[in-house]
Every structure is written in C-alpha cells, then in structure tokens.
Ligand binder design. Sequence first.
Ligand SMILES: C[S@@+](CC[C@H](N)C(=O)[O-])C[C@H]1O[C@@H](n2cnc3c(N)ncnc32)[C@H](O)[C@@H]1O
Length: 273
Amino acid sequence: MSAEELLGTAGVARRTVDAAESERASRLWWDADADDYLAEHGRDIGEADFVWCPEGLREADARLLGDPTGLRVLEVGSGSAPCARWLAAQGAHPVALDLSSAMLRHAAALGTATGLAVPLVQAGAEHLPFADASFDAACSAFGAVPFVAEPERVMREVVRVLRPGGRWVFAVNHPMRWMFSDDPGPDGLTVQQSYFDRTPYVEIDGDGRATYVEHHRTLGDRVRDLVAAGLVLDDLVEPEWPEDRETVWGQWSPLRGRLFPGTAIFVTHKPHP
Ligand SMILES: C[S@@+](CC[C@H](N)C(=O)[O-])C[C@H]1O[C@@H](n2cnc3c(N)ncnc32)[C@H](O)[C@@H]1O
C-alpha cells in the first residue's frame, strides 16, 4: 500500500499549519512512506554515500564540510543515514537524527549490513536533544528543513549544539521551484503560483488532518533565518545539472535541471564570540 492509501490522503489544501501539526504530519508521512522511499531512491542515495541533491553533487567532491576526520557531526533529518555512514567511513563521529522511526529502522539495518553503524536519535529538528556545543559540524540533505513550520527554530537549535567555528551545511529545494508543479516533464515548466506565497502545501485526510506538509521560504527568508540565528553565510551553492546525467528523481529531471536550479545548499558557520 502507498503512503497515501495508508494515511487516507483525500486531497490537497493550502492553509497554515503550525509547528505541532507539521511535525505530526511529517512523522506520519515518513513512517508510512519509508519503505517506498528507499525502494525508489535507495540506489540513488546509496548505502554509505553522501549525495547532496538529485543533481548528484557528492560531498566527496564538493567538500562543503571540510575535512571530516575526527569531527563530531550531527546529521539533521538523516532518513536512512547514508550520509552519516559515509562520514563514519571518512573517520568522523556522526550522529544521525530523524523524526521517523521507520526511516531509522532502515538506518539501523543498513548500519548492520554495511558494518558502518552510527548512533541514531529519534527527535524533531526544532528541539534537538543535545547539550550546547556538542558537535563540530552539522549537515542535512533535504532532511527536516523543508518540512518544518518554524525553520528559524531549527537554525537556532543547530547554532546552540555547534561549537564556535563549526559548519552547518544544509540542502533544500531551491526556493524558485515553489512556483512550479512537481511534474518533472514539460508541464513542470509553467509557473503555477507566486514565489512570494508562503502558504504551505498540505495533503489532508478525510477529516482535514494534515498527512504531508511542505513549507516554502524565499531565498531572502532563508538568509534572514540564518542571520537571525547568528550564523555566517559562506556560500550558497546552486548545483547545475550535469550534461550527461539522465536520472529523473521525483520532480528533478534533466529537462528542468538544465533550465533552472532545483537545489540550494547553504554553507554557513557559527562564528567565534
Ligand atoms: C527527503 S528525506 C531526506 C533524508 C536523507 N537525506 C535521504 O535522502 O534519505 C527527509 C527526511 O527528513 C525527516 N524529517 C522531516 N521532518 C523532520 C523534523 N521535523 N525533524 C527531523 N527529521 C525530519 C524525514 O523523516 C525524512 O527522513
């Protein structure tokens, strides 16, 4: 059964969704969808690989986190934790955090299968269960940030758990994708809605309860969230679609990727006082 069938998804609403309802919907969705997600994308994300985005940019090449050797790294919204396992293989000490127990079950199984078991923590990104300054770096590849109602809280929490000088690098849907439908084909080339409309995308069940939520922030909103949390923005990476890449990954496709960006990767650090 698909996640939609399991959750009784009855339609789409455009309405406000607060932090608690967003978190509940995300937990429901990712628990229900974990098996399908891994069946569909498992090969693309790998078992112990750090792929930042559907454009195929790898941390092994991009080195956005710097040299990970010996670093305590928090992966936020890790899913099945392929990135954390890659970091472990590089000599880092990662911790993988995710809201979904089903995703973390996959992470545990893959940890055993690869011999790269990493500590797994089930929690929401808006309230990290770690002491201040307990990590040297933090990262996220499409985990948590696009799904939370209050991303500024995630930024503040990550700043709190990072030591001064620590990097926080996270990838999200490029904000301009919000204007288009999720169709990877030609129909996904026509603007459907305003870039400036922050009303969340919400799938609902027959009782109107949210079963899946995505929140939109403009580029400016994201920069303001970072600055307000006290982070320094070092780079904004917009990976270009590689000439020879034919993969279609959800809404990401060669057709769209060659015309406009699909991913924004914010490279930041917590400054020394
Ligand atoms: C698109 S997946 C990406 C994960 C990973 N990079 C991968 O490719 O498997 C998004 C992940 O974010 C997690 N997530 C969503 N909302 C979250 C939240 N508020 N706190 C922590 N994790 C969250 C989901 O459970 C899911 O595992």
